[in-house]
Design a protein around this ligand. Structure first.
Ligand code: FAD
Ligand code: NAI
Length: 465
């Protein structure tokens, strides 16, 4: 049959994994196409994820600050109001500029955007619409979708996923969030700041359960102080929609008496799952695991020669920068280079205020593997800059090998934690010891000094506490 055009590489999906892989491969001299079915490039992250959520987090924090925090600094602002339509329009402008930026990068790097939904009729072939293209290699970067919950039917109006929660035209009276993870706490924070009463229902006994437990506990206290209500160890078993809102049935996770709670809007955020529908993976024999993720080896290769996979569609943290690192590594491997991702040094950040940031192993993980480790901790109350800013919630915790002093992990709750963690990421990539960080000059007065002090504290010699 007629094969329209052939490429060295066809990437399926133009999210942070796919578009970065396509650009890197083009830089390395390959003839590359990237298939995207959405009207714009950038995937979940740029269109309905990282970028619009951060735009709303930033705008809503400006409101919160103006309304509740500036007076303490002696700045008096009266008649503070929200123009939600403007806030949403601004978010749209931010997204639009970002997705157009990716389109520009494709042109610059001569990556062909094949518009439409792709399937893989056979190894070496990618079908888009009625056209079949030949590809020496194929990278699956189709991302993920929101996980459904039985009894809670999403309509993106009253019962929403993150996508609907980013588009609300009115501040809900009562927002109930199912899932105390990253999406629930970020978007819960947005709507709480804008005036909603927010209740988070979490199945486990703590928030962001994959993060260091001490961090999760203090994070919960900080968010509770801000007014978010928590129902931990609880599960939603039913959601009944009515004209005036949704009635949720909530039960203790371990079983027991049910209660009902009324919500104007329900945000379902219990995790995301790999999305590979329509590719035809089963037909061509590409293996997936029990959770629907494409199975890959250390070189991102599937069990079918010439077919690779990266990002949210495979195992590991569902993070944009993890997908990007994999995109780069996969392209370099295809070019015969030694692409590699250090999974132990990928930071995770929750962009609430204060922020939460984590890298490497948690204390629970170290205990579980019987590691001998030292802990260095430093609170922001003892950091001069944090005091000057009026942002003293939180702490820096560094975990290091007891014998070698090598940094094994770091966990930060506090202002700009997501930026502070980058220093530890670089240190870990260089195999640094806590002492290396402790002996590095940190500008004064800066929040980074809390990182230095925590590193000093690993050796039992913090100076300011
Ligand atoms: P995706 O970004 O999901 O892209 C996959 C693309 O493939 C999609 O555009 C899809 O349309 C397309 N596609 C799928 N199937 C086909 C097909 N058959 N043919 C053609 N195209 C197809 N991560 C962070 O690191 N930081 C954050 O702050 C952050 N915030 C988030 C906030 C929200 C609300 C959400 C939902 C996620 C957030 N994430 C964040 C996670 C991040 O968005 C994902 O980890 C990241 O987008 C994964 O990239 P990816 O390239 O693997 O897939
Ligand atoms: P998540 O995995 O972070 O959190 C889901 C939470 O829901 C967990 O705490 C889990 O215990 C709980 N849960 C599961 N089933 C439940 C049930 N039936 N009832 C009540 N609680 C239940 O998933 P989330 O928040 O949906 O986010 C999805 C992914 O998107 C995350 O894995 C994250 O990697 C990514 N993301 C990243 C962001 C960032 O980097 N800042 C921001 C937003 C999303």
């Amino acid at each position: 049959f007629y094969m329209s055009e052939s490429f060295d590489l066809i990437v399926i999906g133009a999210g942070p994994g796919g578009y970065v892989c396509a650009i890197r491969a083009a830089q390395l001299g390959m003839k590359v196409a990237c298939v995207e079915k959405r009207a714009t490039l950038g995937g979940t992250c740029l269109n309905v994820g990282c970028i619009p959520s951060k735009a709303l987090l930033h705008s809503s924090e400006h409101f919160e600050e103006t309304k509740h925090k500036l007076a303490d600094h002696g700045v008096i602002v009266e008649g503070v109001k929200i123009d939600l339509a403007r806030m949403q329009a601004r978010k749209g402008e931010v997204v639009s500029a970002n997705v157009k930026g990716v389109e520009f990068l494709f042109k610059k790097n001569k990556v062909t955007w094949l518009k439409g939904e792709a399937s893989i009729p056979a190894p070496g072939q990618v079908k888009v619409g009625e056209t079949t293209y030949a590809a020496k290699n194929i990278v699956i970067a189709t991302g993920s979708e929101s996980m459904p919950l039985a009894g809670v039917e999403v309509d993106e109006k009253q019962i929403v996923t993150s996508t609907g929660a980013l588009e609300l035209e009115k501040v809900p009276g009562h927002l109930v969030v199912i899932g105390g993870g990253v999406i629930g706490l970020e978007l819960g924070s947005v709507w709480r700041r804008l005036g909603a009463e927010v209740t988070v229902v979490e199945f486990l006994d703590r928030l962001v359960p994959t993060m260091d437990a001490e961090l999760g506990k203090q994070f919960e206290r900080v968010l509770a102080k801000q007014g978010i209500k928590f129902k931990l160890k609880s599960k939603v078993t039913a959601a009944q929609k009515g004209k005036d809102g949704v009635t949720l049935t909530i039960e203790p996770a371990a079983g027991g008496a049910a209660e009902t709670v009324k919500a104007d809007v329900v945000l379902l955020a219990i995790g995301r799952r790999a999305y590979t529908a329509g590719l035809g993976l089963a037909e061509i024999g590409v293996a997936t695991d029990a959770r629907g993720r494409v199975v890959t080896d250390a070189h991102f290769a599937t069990n079918v020669p010439g077919i690779y996979a990266i990002g949210d569609a495979i195992a590991g943290a569902m993070l944009a920068h993890k997908a990007e690192e994999e995109g780069v590594a996969a392209a370099e491997i295809l070019a015969g280079q030694h692409g590699h991702v250090n999974y132990n040094a990928i930071p995770g950040v929750v962009y609430t205020w204060p922020e939460v940031a984590s890298i490497g192993e948690t204390e629970e993980q170290l205990k579980a593997r019987g590691a001998a480790y030292s802990v260095g901790k430093f609170p922001f109350t003892a950091n001069g800059r944090a005091r000057a800013m009026g942002d003293v919630d939180g702490f820096v915790k560094i975990l290091a090998d007891k014998t070698t002093d090598r940094i094994l992990g770091a966990h930060i709750l506090g202002a700009d934690a997501g930026t502070l963690i980058a220093e530890i990421a670089v240190a870990m990539e260089f195999g640094a010891s806590a002492e290396d960080v402790a002996r590095t000059s940190h500008a004064h007065p800066s929040l980074n000094e809390a990182v230095k002090e925590a590193a000093l504290a690993v050796g039992g010699r913090a100076l300011h506490i």
